[in-house]
Write a protein that binds this ligand. Structure first.
Ligand code: NZQ
Ligand code: ZN
Length: 392
């Protein structure tokens, strides 16, 4: 490893079937008014809402409701949340839901005491907060994003057709998160597998870069093997607690700031996927699944020796593809074929057409794609268009 860095992760995690019991101890640390953030109603159906409200009431908290956070939260909803927090003089933002609720809570947290327009400040100019940041806590109900232990907050602007993530620093990361795998059991299969691919791709984004010998890459290989193993069990038996609990823990470690340390990182699958999401509002993990293979195959064919070597290592270490009798490129492509077979086994969406994209939208999606520099190749806009066409 050649990089230099500071490492600190301040989020306290409570993991397991009884993790919610620890919520009361955390609530004591904050003032009386809690903004209870949740999505479209799943927590009311599966009973998690009642359990959380009971703890809040037992702790004597005033609950300010902030439901209706949509998947891929919008800038309009962000404005609404900021108004709720300001009007009620809120002390803590408690997100109960998936990555959308957690991300939204973080975006509200940096905007409540900010006089500027948050979209322009954080998502266009990428400035850091220079105001008081409201504390955030999470009770996670969907596994995938890692939002429970990171500073990421992705917001969608339908008007400008942009879906942009700002990765904030440690001050914005959740103060605590409750991780109870049982809370994820009511997820529909579609969301469960989308979340599984999101976990896997977060690891890929941090693995497919660099030519140095880096401890992170060995950690990544172990995590990827665990995700593949547990996903196969959960796909057949979604109620297998051990598999769901391993997936929950892997998701947190896949994107909680550890793997990225000391490395450059790619994140182009996410940039392509988020651009598709900005135009279709499709499920995050599915957008990633739909663009991954065309992008990775393109890299293997064009990005040079270090790239081919890494994909060949991926084939051997993650998918147990035998190296004998194969050239580096053949081995690299065989690894991707193994990944493709696994993706199909899970039932992931393998093309963007199924997500609502069409040939006529490609130019616009390419315009919405932010091109990053940390992977094996810096794409041109024409290359982005070719990859997007191949993903239809
Ligand atoms: O809205 P509700 O009713 O809660 O339903 C949700 C939603 O429809 C449902 N769901 C969640 N938990 C459930 C459940 N349904 C039944 N039982 C449960 N236990 O699942 C649907 C999707 O939820 P959502 O929170 O949107 O999914 P996810 O966790 O995948 O979050 C997606 C958002 O996170 C961003 C994505 O771009 C997207 O906006 N990301 C955040 C990242 C970060 N903070 O670092 C990184 C990621 O790469 C990602 O970009
Ligand atoms: Zn993701």
């Amino acid at each position: 490893m050649r990089g230099s860095f500071t490492y600190c992760n301040p989020t306290k995690l409570y993991f397991g079937k009884n993790a919610l019991q620890k919520l009361a101890g955390e609530l004591e640390k904050y003032g009386p008014t809690v903004q209870l953030i949740y999505g479209g109603g799943s927590i009311k159906k599966n009973g998690i809402y009642d359990q959380v409200v009971e703890v809040l009431k037992d702790c004597g908290k005033t609950i300010v409701e902030d439901g209706g956070v949509m998947p891929n939260p919008t800038v309009e909803k962000l404005h609404e949340g900021v108004e709720i927090a300001r009007k009620n003089n809120v002390d803590l933002l408690l997100a109960v839901g998936g990555g959308s609720c957690c991300d939204y809570a973080k975006a509200v947290s940096v905007s409540v005491h900010c006089d500027e327009e948050p979209w322009d400040k954080y998502y266009i100019r990428f400035e850091e907060p220079d105001c008081e940041i409201m504390p955030v806590g999470c009770v996670l109900t969907m596994v995938g994003t890692g939002s429970e232990m990171n500073g990421g907050a992705v917001i969608t602007n339908h008007e400008t057709k942009q879906k942009i993530g700002h990765v904030f620093g440690t001050d914005v990361m959740p103060k605590f998160t409750v991780l109870n795998p049982m809370f994820t059991m009511s997820l529909p299969h579609y969301q469960m597998v989308a979340g599984i691919y999101d976990i896997f791709n977060h690891i890929c984004e941090q693995y497919f870069s660099g030519a140095d010998d880096n401890t992170s890459d060995y950690l990544s290989e172990g995590l990827m093997r665990s995700v593949v193993h547990s996903s196969r069990i959960a796909n057949v038996d979604p109620e297998d607690y051990e598999a769901r609990s391993n997936l929950m823990w892997s998701a947190t470690w896949a994107l909680n700031t550890l793997l990225t340390k000391g490395k450059t990182t790619d994140w182009m699958v996410h940039m392509l996927g988020q651009a598709v999401g900005a135009h279709t509002d499709a499920t995050h993990g599915m957008t990633l699944a739909a663009v991954s293979l065309p992008y990775y195959r393109y890299l293997i064919h064009t990005a040079g020796a270090a790239c081919v070597e890494k994909f060949a290592r991926f084939a051997k270490k993650v998918w147990d593809v035998p190296a004998e009798g194969r050239s580096g490129e053949e081995l690299a492509l065989a690894g991707l074929k193994a990944m493709e077979d696994w993706m199909k086994e899970l039932g992931l969406v393998m093309n963007t057409t199924e997500l609502g994209a069409s040939e006529g939208m490609i130019e616009g999606i390419a315009d919405s794609t932010i091109i990053l520099q940390g992977g094996y190749k810096v794409l041109t806009k024409d290359e982005v268009i070719d990859i997007l066409k191949a993903s239809l």
